[in-house]
Design a binder for this molecule. Sequence first.
Ligand SMILES: [Zn+2]
Length: 199
Amino acid sequence: MEPFTYPDLPHVRRHRPLGYADADSYRPWLRDEFAFRCVFCLVREQWENPVGRFAVDHLQPQTRYPELAAVYHNLLYVCTSCNAVKGHQEVADPTQTLLSTTVVVQDDGTLVATTPAAAELLELLHLNYRTLCQRRQLLMAAVRVFREREPELYRRWMGFPDDLPDLSRLRPPGGNSRPEGVAQSCLARRERGELPATY
Ligand SMILES: [Zn+2]
């Protein structure tokens, strides 16, 4: 398991809660949907103090698309750094654009895009900013050492957080048009013993 390898396939949303008045109310759904990490840079809650370091981002900026301000399929789970860099820019959907087949992570922490769309997104989000690459390199090296010598530390760095949201208890005001997704949530999978120790 490598910490900065993007998903193999474009993301298909498993949840579709409806009707919350504000974007932040979708946060527990988005944390689960996007595996507790930033969809742009892959920084994980497990590596940060999650309080204040993660935000709900509008893929289509709400300044231009106010009708999408509180619509689930327009919302992403991101770190506050990527959220600030993205600002009001309209960018390609990272969950469809940044994939293991379109971005190669080098040992020095640099990301190399293999498609123009991925290259543009890396550029717009400053994902090859020097200090970010250095941090990525350091983290990859640490995770490798943990994997070989410190299995418990490896599990804590590369595993899911303890506070998995219980989506079965949530009642979105407009309902949930993909209720079957709740059974696929991380907490439900953990309770069935199906959630992997690391990801
Ligand atoms: Zn980020």
